[in-house]
Design a binder for this molecule. Structure first.
Ligand code: UN1
Length: 515
């Protein structure tokens, strides 16, 4: 379409080419299997992208290792200067790159742009960090000795990203990792190759301008085999993986079995709890955004809603009004709030989940079907759905599994303790949200008897975290953190260095080994 051509040419992606090279290690290549980028709104094939052949993969990994050897000699604040330039380059293309996210992934424009903004923000953060990645000086028990804790780069970092944040997830990892002095190998989701090419072009432009090896930010498009090769490579000491619990379990074990380190950002099954004293004029729209925003395709999307019985009817009534007025359609059109699911397979997952709910006697308050308007028939559009399942048992599949679609399951409680118990009773532990004005509830919620998720919000929805805080979860969501907080500490190797400045060499603990 002309719209796709306009977006792609503004991002320097050659549209006339029959097949685009999907591998970059300083040079563009790609002679492996073909990946198709399919527009989730229209079903149109946007591009065909060549993934890496086994040889290209090998070469790219070798070049990444070399790039690391060079990068580690560059002082951290100079690496920060690179991040500043990348930030500027991304920011100059922010809106059109955001539009590409909408085109290829399907999220609405403001969210596509917001995702690029997250990359810009984390570049700022990592630029600051490049002058603040401090170690410590520890008091030694021995005279004339001192102990330093020194952060050094770790090597080549593998970043395996998901379709739902096809730009930002790489950003969160790459920027911290680059500040720390590592080369990076990015394997994006096979269904969003264009976003990965556009981002890599922007980064590569900055690296080339600075006379630095492109393999500091290597791109390797590909499928399962490429992912496995990265996960199993002993040349990659740290693997950051975002995706499903099922794949994450395999990735975590494989990396562990070679004693590598991993960051796993897996499933979320996030709940909002609404207390009777909550400000409903804020809580209802927040739940609406959490459950319907991004068509329910954020790891942080709200999937479970626990309503205090006293406000439940009023809450549901207002929420249903928002659902019925939702503007569905082309994500690039101003005013659209609900775009398509990313793939037609996801529509099947949605339909099966609704079917299961129906069969189990759930009350479907709204939604539950594909949209049947002609205008939407080419895309993966499904109705956002609110249900009241018959069972409140958190062990039941309805409550315990993450369905990556806009389905919100609701149940009612009388005591906060009950809601917290349900909140914590699922395998996942990414995000959670409590709505109340009562300080006592807040204290309980954020304390030892409170939410066991990695993100524990108060009067803020489950999704839409800022980059300043550490992002990640507990339990089957995986381990490790991205973005802010202490996340950078995972991208370095820590050395404890005991230095003796004295003329004697005493042993610790007073051990006497004299002859
Ligand atoms: C994800 O869905 O993988 O907090 C990440 C949020 C976003 C990140 C979501 N900043 O919703």
């Amino acid at each position: 379409s002309t719209r796709a051509s306009t977006i792609l040419s503004a991002l320097d992606i050659p549209i006339a080419a029959a097949e685009l090279p999907g591998v970059y290690d300083g040079q563009w290549s790609g002679s492996g299997d073909v990946l198709e980028s399919v527009c989730p709104t229209t079903g149109e094939v946007l591009a065909r992208v060549r993934s890496a052949s086994p040889h290209e993969l090998h070469v790219a990994l070798e070049k990444s290792k070399e790039a690391y050897l060079h990068l580690r000699t560059i002082p951290a604040p100079k690496r920060g200067e690179l991040l500043r330039q990348i930030r500027e380059a991304l920011s100059a293309k922010r809106d059109v790159l955001g539009a590409l996210v909408s085109l290829e992934m399907g999220k609405i424009k403001t969210e596509g742009i917001g995702e690029v903004q997250e990359f810009v923000d984390i570049c700022d953060y990592a630029l600051g960090l490049s002058r603040m990645m401090n170690g410590r000086v520890v008091a030694s028990e021995r005279p004339g000795h001192t102990i330093l804790e020194v952060p050094n780069p770790i090597g080549v970092v593998g970043v395996l990203t998901a379709f739902n944040f096809p730009v930002a997830v790489y950003g969160w990892n790459f920027s911290l990792s680059l500040a720390a002095g590592n080369a990076n190998v990015w394997k994006p989701s096979p269904s969003t190759p264009l976003c990965s090419i556009a981002v890599t072009k922007i980064i590569a432009g900055v690296l080339e301008k600075n006379g630095l090896p492109g393999a500091i930010s290597t791109l390797i498009n590909g499928g399962k085999d490429i992912g496995e090769a990265i996960v199993e490579s002993r040349d990659i000491p740290l693997v950051s993986f975002t995706g499903s619990e099922a794949v994450g379990r395999v990735v975590g074990k494989a990396v562990q079995s070679r004693f590598g380190k991993s960051i796993l950002e897996l499933g979320g099954n996030n709940a909002s709890i609404i207390m009777p004293d909550a400000d409903l004029s804020l809580a209802v729209p927040a739940v609406f955004f959490g459950a319907v925003g991004t068509a329910g395709q954020r790891c942080t999307s709200t999937r479970r809603l626990y309503l205090h019985r006293a406000i439940a009817p009023k809450f549901l009534d207002t929420l249903q009004k928002l659902y019925s007025g939702v503007c569905v359609g082309d994500p690039l059109v101003e005013g659209t709030l609900l775009g398509p699911l990313h793939t037609s397979a996801a529509v099947g997952v949605y339909s099966n989940a609704v079917q299961r709910l129906r069969e189990s006697g759930a009350d479907i308050l709204t939604g539950g079907r594909k949209y049947d308007q002609v205008a939407l028939s080419q895309g993966n559009f499904v109705q956002p759905t609110i249900t009241i399942p018959k069972t409140t048992d958190p062990a039941d599949k309805i409550w315990s599994t993450e369905t990556f679609a806009p389905i919100l399951n609701v149940c009612f409680f009388d005591e906060l303790e009950q809601a917290i118990e349900w909140n914590n009773a699922v395998p996942q532990g990414l995000s959670s949200s409590l709505w109340t004005r009562d300080l006592r509830n807040v204290g309980k919620w954020i304390g030892p008897e409170g939410s066991d998720a990695g993100i524990v919000n108060v009067n803020v929805g489950t999704s839409g975290a800022e980059i300043g805080a550490a992002f990640g979860g507990n339990k089957s969501t995986g381990w490790g953190r991205e973005s802010g907080g202490d996340a950078w500490k995972q991208y370095v190797r820590w050395s404890a260095c005991t230095v003796n400045f004295s003329d004697a060499a005493p042993l610790a603990q007073g051990v006497d080994f004299s002859t």
